[in-house]
Design a protein around this ligand. Structure first.
Ligand SMILES: [Fe+2]
Ligand SMILES: [Fe+2]
Length: 210
């Protein structure tokens, strides 16, 4: 819902008139759709701002969470991974702030409309696979990922992501690429929703309410 205090939605902009949605009209939804498009277009800005919240918080790790994300993305990029993969690498831990007990789910939810099923699975499951490297130090089962052996391609792909990029991205002396390098990638990937109930089939734009 539009926030009246948000300068992106000044009072002069058209608004729906219903109190209950069952009273909604085509004109109401034309007003809402008209506001939604520019708001959705600014999604990359909000995602990047949220990623920056990770700066300065090490949580006991050798480097802070933003640097870890940049390093994961840098390793993937320099290893020749495509843009969508690199964006997944960059954002894979963006949920650390709000998802203390399920951070991979946050990144997966943000990326779900924009990435392939394979990349989505990799982001969503990276926590379980990353656990292979440390769960045993905490009295947990490091082999929890074995539950997913029945999906060998996804298993190997996600194990490789952790081995080469995620688990490897704690170097204190690595020349990470800056966030500005990845920003255009994030903007491109997050501007093309393809898996959303709000996108019409075969179209790359958000549906008008009808
Ligand atoms: Fe993670
Ligand atoms: Fe990570």
């Amino acid at each position: 819902m539009a926030n009246p205090a948000n300068p992106a939605n000044p009072a002069s902009h058209p608004r729906a008139r219903f109190s209950h949605m069952k009273e909604g009209t085509r004109e109401d939804w034309a007003a809402i759709s008209g506001e939604f498009m520019p708001y959705a277009a600014a999604l990359p800005d909000r995602v990047l701002a949220h990623l920056r919240l990770l700066e300065g918080d090490c949580g006991g790790f050798p480097i802070d969470r933003l640097t870890h994300c940049l390093q994961t993305a840098t390793l993937a990029h320099r290893d020749g991974r495509d843009e969508e993969y690199v964006v997944c690498a960059l954002l894979h831990d963006i949920g650390d702030t709000l998802g203390s007990y399920n951070h991979p789910d946050i990144a997966a939810a943000i990326l779900k409309p924009f990435v392939s099923a394979e990349n989505l699975w990799m982001v969503e499951k990276h926590g379980v696979f990353q656990g292979y490297y440390f769960f045993h130090h905490l009295g947990l089962d490091r082999n929890l990922r074995e539950h997913f052996r029945g999906q060998p391609e996804l298993f190997e792909r996600t194990a490789e992501f952790c081995e080469k990029y995620d688990a490897a991205a704690f170097m204190t002396d690595y020349d990470n690429l800056p966030l500005s390098f990845f920003e255009p990638m994030v903007r491109r990937v997050l501007s093309r929703p393809r898996n959303s109930m709000y996108v019409k089939k075969g179209e790359d734009q958000l549906a008008q309410a009808e």
